[in-house]
Design a protein around this ligand. Structure first.
Ligand code: OFO
Length: 166
């Protein structure tokens, strides 16, 4: 039986992963309307991945005799000023998610839920990759500058790491 505090914080994470998926979906759609089909592809894939993170949490909560709460839709921003600002927002969001996963680890320790502590390590590892991949993209964007966005857009899908293709 899942400890109540652990169940609560995992359900909060369900909401956050759902929001991550919606946020990246909105970014993907914006990028598509701006003609960046490569960036849109990267973000659509990222959005799908976040939905899988949410489902992973839902399954775990229910499997442990808890009750997962399916969140309502929180509306993400609809437009973004430019690609660099948008990817800065991706990195900032991933850092926020990392802090949130670390909080789950802390609650698991406090509540002596070593099973969930062990299970959540997948997310700890995932966040290392997610932050690194957002940082890589920001570095590339800085390198190519405003004039070569066409090339950046063409090549971005090759920047998805193996871990990010799950
Ligand atoms: Fe971006 O890894 Fe889940 O949220």
């Amino acid at each position: 039986m899942l400890n109540k505090k652990v169940e609560e914080i995992l359900n909060t994470q369900v909401q956050k992963e759902d929001y991550s998926s919606q946020l990246y979906l909105s970014m993907a759609s914006w990028a598509e309307t701006e003609g960046f089909s490569g960036v849109a592809g990267w973000l659509y894939a990222q959005s799908d991945e976040e939905r899988l993170h949410m489902l992973k949490l839902v399954e775990y909560i229910n499997e442990r005799d808890g009750a997962a709460e399916i969140p309502g839709m929180e509306k993400p921003p609809k437009t973004f000023n430019n690609l660099p600002e948008m990817f800065d927002a991706v990195l900032e969001h991933e850092r926020y998610i990392t802090a949130s996963i670390n909080e789950i680890v802390a609650v698991c320790m406090q509540e002596k839920d070593y099973t969930t502590h062990n299970w959540i390590q997948w997310f700890v590892q995932e966040q290392i990759e997610e932050e690194a991949s957002a940082k890589d993209i920001i570095d590339k964007l800085n390198l190519v500058g405003d004039k070569n966005l066409y090339m950046f857009d063409r090549d971005i899908m090759s920047m998805r790491s193996a871990g990010n293709k799950e």
